[in-house]
Design a protein around this ligand. Structure first.
Ligand SMILES: Cc1cc2nc3c(=O)[nH]c(=O)nc-3n(C[C@H](O)[C@H](O)[C@H](O)COP(=O)(O)OP(=O)(O)OC[C@H]3O[C@@H](n4cnc5c(N)ncnc54)[C@H](O)[C@@H]3O)c2cc1C
Length: 390
């Protein structure tokens, strides 16, 4: 490894690999550092993504990335009513190990260098200027100089904090998740299942994402506040005992999702944050794969342009937050407000919204018609909706 690059990217998840790929494509010298021994492992994700989410950045979708295709979603209300909705586009349940691997490979093919087992533990400074990073690799300490440092270090990101950016998430906005990949589950492979109820998943939701061949990612995310009263694994185990008592569990993990608005500051002189590190997740669904790809592409391109113009100040990076907010960030602000309103719904209200949804013929159901039905059922929502969209 050299001791000097144009760009150091910290973290080889979807955000880091995509940023590295698009930055390297502009001719910049890029090194991508990943603390784990392998890219994409361990998987901490339910692996659901829409086709549009992938094709917004990727030219082709490799069949190897797709474990399963889904066409419908079943919303389960607290009392067990099920509202079925057809997606207007195909949904994928990915194999993230292969997907993340290939994203990293694309970055390498574009000219980036990748090192795993490379744990970044601090920034390198010259007076106040960020001029690189410090990392450990196989027990030894190293320093690498860089004109730009990009923090793509996920939900546990520290790069932003080291640079003095306020990165804290309120407990309520940090979805605390637990998931099993279960096998021997009796499920249609075409349907996603989402459960909303204060008993099953307080201030959040539970998902069942079929991966095909009798396997499924079964998990839930509940707000950090709710998790203080009951742990996500306690909630998940109750659900598993009721719904899939005979399932065998292939893996289990816990993780967090920052279901927040994008951080107010995602660029500093010589520094950018991307993906979960910048809180770019969709705050309602917790989906962060597509946003990480979109933000990574923009950040990589803007970093390359800034280098070509010989200016790596925060001002020269402004195109990144501007293009991000135009693409996704503004919608996320609306989704964030909507999320807070959905959390306030009682189980009775969720049930009556399900009743209203069931009255809409299946072929006419969409998220819009369901929302309209909810407004009729609970007119006070109109006021909330006005507040959200105003
Ligand atoms: C339970 C759960 C279910 C989810 N389900 C979905 C879903 O179905 N669909 C969806 O779209 N999203 C889902 N998400 C969110 C999605 O996984 C993330 O939003 C996405 O992975 C963000 O990509 P990223 O590159 O920003 O971060 P990550 O994928 O977390 O990558 C960050 C990388 O940085 C590395 N790193 C961290 N610190 C350092 C360091 N100091 N030095 C070097 N490397 C470092 C990490 O090892 C990691 O590889 C889920 C998340 C959870 C927790």
């Amino acid at each position: 490894m050299k001791d000097n690059y144009d760009i150091v990217v910290v973290g080889a998840g979807p955000a880091g690999s995509t940023t590295a790929r698009f930055a390297a494509a502009t001719g910049a010298s890029v090194v991508l550092l990943e603390k784990d021994r392998d890219v994409g492992v361990p998987v901490r994700c339910a692996e659901g993504v829409s086709e549009a989410g992938l094709t917004s950045v990727l030219d082709t979708i490799d069949e190897r990335w797709i474990d399963n295709r889904v066409s419908d979603v079943m919303f389960h209300s607290p009392s067990g009513k099920i509202v079925e909705l057809r997606f207007n586009q195909v949904g994928y349940i990915l194999n993230r190990k292969l997907f993340d691997y290939d994203l990293a490979h694309m970055a390498i093919k574009a000219g980036a260098e990748l090192y795993t087992k490379a744990y970044v533990y601090d920034l390198l400074r010259d007076d106040d200027r960020i001029v690189g990073i410090k990392f450990t690799h196989l027990g030894k300490k190293y320093k690498v100089k860089a004109k730009i440092v990009i923090g793509a270090d996920g939900v546990e990101s520290r790069v932003g904090r080291w640079a003095g950016i306020k990165t804290r998430t309120k407990m309520r906005d940090m979805e605390t998740c637990a998931q099993y990949t279960a096998c021997d589950v009796d499920l249609s492979s075409k349907h996603l299942h989402l459960y909303f109820s204060s008993r099953v998943a307080p201030e959040g939701y539970l998902w069942v994402f079929p991966k095909g061949e009798g396997r499924a990612n079964v998990g839930l995310g509940i707000s950090g506040e709710a998790a203080k009263k009951k742990s996500p694994f306690a909630c998940l185990n109750e659900f598993m005992a009721e719904r899939f008592p005979h399932a065998s569990l292939l893996n289990c993990f816990a993780g967090g999702v920052p279901c927040d608005q994008t951080l107010a500051t995602i660029v500093r002189d010589g520094l950018m944050l991307v993906g979960d590190a910048a809180h770019q997740v969709n705050p309602i669904t917790g989906g962060g794969i597509a946003p990480a790809l979109i933000a990574g592409k923009i950040a990589g391109q803007v970093a390359g342009q800034a280098l070509n113009q010989g200016n790596v100040s925060a001002k020269a990076f402004q195109d990144y937050p501007r293009r991000w907010h135009k693409a996704e960030g503004r919608n996320h602000q609306i989704f964030y407000k909507l999320k807070n309103y959905i959390y306030k719904l009682t189980d009775e209200e969720l049930d009556s919204i399900a009743d209203a949804g069931l009255k809409v013929p299946k072929e006419k159901r969409s998220m819009i018609t369901l929302f309209r039905a909810a407004l009729i059922k609970k007119p006070s929502l109109i006021l909330d909706a006005v507040k959200v969209f105003a």
